[in-house]
Ligand binder design. Structure first.
Ligand SMILES: Cc1cc2nc3c(=O)[nH]c(=O)nc-3n(C[C@H](O)[C@H](O)[C@H](O)COP(=O)(O)OP(=O)(O)OC[C@H]3O[C@@H](n4cnc5c(N)ncnc54)[C@H](O)[C@@H]3O)c2cc1C
Length: 501
C-alpha cells in the first residue's frame, strides 16, 4: 500500500487541482491509476443524454476509457515502463510525467518520442488526447515567449507556474480552442456563443460563452482555453488564454452520444472495450478565473501567431499518427497472412501502399527531430515544415488506408462470430472446424477481424477518423501553413541563376 499525501495548496494551485489529487509518497509528483480516477470525483458538471452524471468513473460509457487512461498512470509508476514515460527533475530528484517537460534539446524530444510511442502502444493511438498531449499549449507559450512578452510581460512567470502545477500534480489537460458552430456569416462581435470576459474583477475575470467539440475534459482534470484562428473584428474581451479546472463552478460539459457502451468484451471488441474519449460542448456560465491563470488577455499578437503557437501540438499529433501508421502496416500484413492471400500481386501492392504510408510518416518524423531547432526563447521544436508536410500526408491518405484495410479483409469484417455464439456446445466445434485461417486457428482469425472491425468500421473508428481529419488544424490550414513557412529559396535561386532572372 502506498501512503497518500495531499498536495501543497497555495491559492493559485488550489484553483486547478482542488482537494482531489492524491499522490504517492515515494514519488510525490506521480500518481497511479487509482489516484487519477479519484481526482475525477470532484463535483464536475457533466451531462450525458440529458441527465447529470454524478461520477464519471462509474458511468460505463466514460468509465472504460478512464480505466484505460488509468493504466497509463500505472505505467508511469511501474519500474519497467517509468523511464519511457517520466523524467527526473534534476533540482529535486522527483520523477514527473515527461508530458510536462519543456524540451530544451534533441534528447528531450527523443524522450517525448519514446513516451508517445508507448502511449500509442497502450491505446493503439485511438486516444488522440492521451495524458501526454495536454501541456502542448503551455510549452508553446514558453517557446514563443519572445513574441508574447512585450504585451504580456507576466505571461512567462504565470505559464511556468502553471507548468510546475501540472508537473507536481500530473494533471490531464485538454485543449479548449474551437468555437461552437454557428452562422459563420455573422461578424465576430455578433456571435453570441463566443467565449468572452464579461467581468474584470480585482482578483480575476469572469467568462461566459461556449466552446466546441472538446475531447477528454470530462475524463481529465483541466483545460487550457485559447482562442481559435483570429479575425480582425474579434472583440478584445474574447482575446484570452487561460486554464480552468474541469469542476469550475458554472462550467457545464454536454457530451455527445457515446460510441461505446462500456460493456464491450475484449474478445468481441478488442479496441472498443478500452473505451473512447468523450467529446463535449462546453458552456461557460460566469466561470471565474483568478488572474494567476490568465496567461494572456487582450494581446493581439497571439491571434497573429495561432499556427506558430500550435507547432508543438502538431508534432505530437503527427508523431502519434506515425506510430499508428506502423500499426496499420502490421494490420495489413496480419490480414493477408491470416487469409493466405499474400501471394497475390494485387494484394501485395495494397499492403505496400500501407507500408509506404507508414514509412513516409516515420521518415518525416525522424527528420523533424533530427533537424529540430531551438526557438529564440530556447525551446527545442521539431522541424515545422517536415511536421506540417508529414501531417498533411497522414490526413490526406488516412481514408485510403482505412479503405485498403477493409478491402484486404473482404468478408472477414462481417463474418465475425460473437464469443457467446462460439461458447454454445452445438456451434463451437463446427466453427473451429469451418473457419480457420492460414496459420491461424478459427478463434484467432475471428479475434483479428474483430480488431480490424473496431479500427476501421465501427462508429468509434469513424469518430477517430473525424478526429484525425480535423483536430487542431484541418488540411486546408496545413496547406496554407506550408505555403507560409516552408523555405523554398534554394530551388528558386538555382533556377534564377540558371536563367538570369
Ligand atoms: C472528434 C473531434 C474532436 C475534437 N476535439 C477538439 C478539442 O479537443 N478541442 C478543440 O478545440 N476542438 C476540437 N474539435 C474541433 C476541431 O478543432 C474543429 O472541428 C476544426 O478545427 C474545424 O473547425 P470547425 O468544425 O469549426 O469548422 P467550420 O468553421 O464550421 O467549417 C466547416 C467545414 O467547412 C470547411 N471550411 C470552413 N472554412 C474553411 C476554410 N477557411 N478553408 C477551407 N475549408 C473551410 C471545412 O471543410 C470545414 O470542416 C474536435 C473535432 C472533432 C471532429
Amino acid at each position: 500500500m502506498m501512503n497518500i499525501v495531499t498536495p501543497v495548496q497555495d491559492g493559485a494551485r488550489h484553483f486547478l487541482v482542488g482537494n482531489q489529487v492524491a499522490r504517492s509518497a515515494g514519488q510525490p509528483w506521480l500518481r497511479d491509476g487509482k489516484h487519477y480516477r479519484q481526482s475525477l470525483r470532484d463535483g464536475r458538471h457533466v451531462i450525458l443524454g440529458g441527465r447529470d452524471v454524478a461520477d464519471v468513473t462509474a458511468e460505463p460509457s466514460l468509465g472504460t476509457a478512464i480505466e484505460t487512461l488509468g493504466s497509463y498512470f500505472d505505467a508511469q509508476v511501474a519500474i519497467e515502463t517509468q523511464d519511457l514515460l517520466t523524467t527526473v527533475d534534476p533540482a529535486t530528484g522527483n520523477r514527473f510525467s515527461t508530458a510536462w517537460l519543456v524540451p530544451r534539446s534533441i534528447d528531450d524530444l527523443k524522450r517525448y518520442d519514446a513516451m508517445i510511442r508507448h502511449s500509442t502502444t497502450l491505446t493503439f493511438g485511438v486516444f488522440g488526447r492521451p495524458p501526454d498531449y495536454g501541456p502542448v499549449k503551455a510549452v508553446s507559450f514558453v517557446a514563443w515567449n519572445h513574441l508574447i512578452k512585450e504585451k504580456d510581460p507576466e505571461a512567462l512567470g504565470k505559464i511556468e507556474h502553471f507548468l510546475q502545477t501540472g508537473r507536481e500534480n500530473n494533471l490531464v489537460s485538454s485543449d479548449v480552442i474551437i468555437d461552437v458552430q454557428a452562422n459563420r456569416k455573422l461578424p465576430m462581435p455578433d456571435r453570441q456563443a463566443r467565449l468572452r470576459v464579461v467581468e474584470e474583477r480585482k482578483d480575476g475575470v469572469v467568462l461566459c460563452g461556449a466552446k466546441a467539440g472538446n475531447s477528454v475534459l470530462a475524463q481529465g482534470n483541466i483545460g487550457t482555453v485559447s482562442m481559435p484562428p483570429p479575425d480582425p473584428t474579434m472583440p478584445e474581451e474574447c482575446n484570452i488564454w487561460t486554464a480552468i479546472p474541469a469542476n469550475a463552478p458554472g462550467l457545464k460539459m454536454i457530451l455527445r452520444e457515446p460510441n461505446v457502451s462500456g460493456r464491450e468484451n475484449r474478445e468481441d471488441n478488442p479496441l472498443n472495450a478500452a473505451g473512447e474519449e468523450a467529446d463535449c460542448i462546453l458552456l461557460f456560465d460566469h466561470v471565474f478565473v483568478p488572474w494567476d491563470h490568465v496567461f494572456s488577455y487582450k494581446n493581439k499578437t497571439l491571434g497573429q501567431i495561432y499556427t506558430t503557437l500550435g507547432q508543438f501540438a502538431f508534432w505530437k499529433i503527427a508523431n502519434r499518427l506515425a506510430y499508428r501508421g506502423e500499426i496499420f502496416a502490421g494490420a495489413a500484413q496480419l490480414i493477408v497472412d491470416a487469409l493466405g492471400t499474400d501471394h497475390v500481386p494485387a494484394v501485395r501492392a495494397m499492403v505496400a501502399e500501407v507500408i509506404s504510408y507508414a514509412a513516409i510518416l516515420r521518415g518525416m518524423m525522424t527528420a523533424a527531430v533530427e533537424t529540430a531547432q531551438p526557438t529564440e526563447s530556447g525551446v527545442m521544436l521539431p522541424n515545422h515544415s517536415f511536421v506540417t508536410a508529414g501531417r498533411l500526408h497522414a490526413i490526406e491518405h488516412y481514408p485510403r488506408i482505412m479503405q485498403i484495410l477493409r478491402d484486404l479483409s473482404g468478408q472477414g469484417l462481417i463474418g465475425r462470430v460473437p464469443q457467446a455464439a462460439w461458447e454454445r456446445e452445438d456451434l463451437g466445434d463446427l466453427l473451429d472446424t469451418y473457419l480457420p485461417g492460414y496459420r491461424l486457428d478459427a478463434r484467432e482469425k475471428n479475434r483479428l477481424f474483430n480488431f480490424i472491425w473496431d479500427m476501421t468500421c465501427s462508429s468509434s473508428a469513424m469518430r477517430v477518423a473525424l478526429f484525425e481529419n480535423i483536430n487542431a488544424t484541418p488540411a486546408p490550414a496545413l496547406r496554407e501553413e506550408l505555403y507560409r513557412s516552408h523555405d523554398r529559396s534554394n530551388g528558386m535561386n538555382l533556377i534564377r541563376r540558371k536563367l538570369g532572372l
